[in-house]
Design a protein around this ligand. Sequence first.
Ligand code: GAF
Length: 401
Amino acid sequence: MERKAKETGKVSATDQANDLKREFRRLYGRDARIYRAPGRVNLIGEHTDYNDGFVMPAAIGFSTWVALAPRDDRKLSIYSENFSERFESDLSGINGKGARASAAAHWIDYVCGVAVTLERAGYALSGGDMLIRGEVPIGSGLSSSAAVEVAVGYALLEASGHTVDRMELAKLCQRAENEYVGMRCGIMDQFISCCGQAGRAMLLDCRSLDYRSLPLPGDARLVVCNTMVKHELASGEYNRRRAECEAGVRRLARLLPCLRALRDVTLADFELYGSELPEVVYRRCRHVIGENARVMDAAAALEGNDLAAFGRLMGESHRSLSDDYQVSCDELNLLVELASRVEGVYGARMMGGGFGGCVINLVAAESVAGFERVVARGYEQATGRAPEIYVCDTAEGVERL
Ligand code: GAF
């Protein structure tokens, strides 16, 4: 059977907003304001953000939508369409809770985590009736969690009369996920969801938060293949990788006293001192240090429209994530391998935290249809699972419509 890739941004923002308004009126009997925050792809720079390093994300046309009508009694009434669940609480009641002890985060944790974190940072909130609709495929590495956090945070702040500073919002949403959900993520996902630009990728310095907008090639597409698996160990292994990087910093700082993060270690330093590290920590550090260098080379390649060079760097990134950082899995490796057999593919690599989720491919525009056929068929034959394939448009960061 002929399979068709999903294209992001197919339902226009106006149609989506109008539909949400109607649905909100049906649920709550009153009018709402509509907000949207995007998911993201990351072209290169994986597991570098929490090492103060460099990343290259782009916001995409899948968003989380929030319809909100303010209330003045500090109550939150929230309905999630994706989970068909309603949650009611008092902002004063949820204020004291910390991160869940249990492993599995619930959608409510992201929402309440943001509300609590905003209040703790001094933004008094008035409460609200809310409807949440997510288009970002959940648990796929396209950052559905950051999109929820940012959309909810922006909506709550605006509805409570605060001016929203996007950088501040990104930091607070990251803090919410770190402290309330218990996932020690970096800043990349929340930052791009706040500050993304349509038609552009972003080279972000995760230490200074300085960024440069980068051109995307007009004749190539960002095509994302979803393995449709998420292995259980994902979030525990994520925090473990972060701890291994921190262990590397502690050891290397004895030899390089100015060192604060792996970002400060050059490839030359690592040649000299890397052998002091235990094997596993050595490999983790080698990935991060090499990946930071690849991001800078990839930015130059993109600015010079050298897509072949960009694609080679994507391939190196994948190998390093698989061999040294050990966050890939059979399904991701298979998708990368299948992509390498298709004419017109510049590069392919796993994306996001790993252990399932998605592969990002840079594909010549005229080769997208063939790519889709070959990769979908090969993956299904080998695994018995149909992958989802998304041809991604880029999008603006969070906004009120
Ligand atoms: C996840 C995290 F949320 C990001 O902060 C980043 O570390 C990424 O994994 C890996 O690059 O998306």
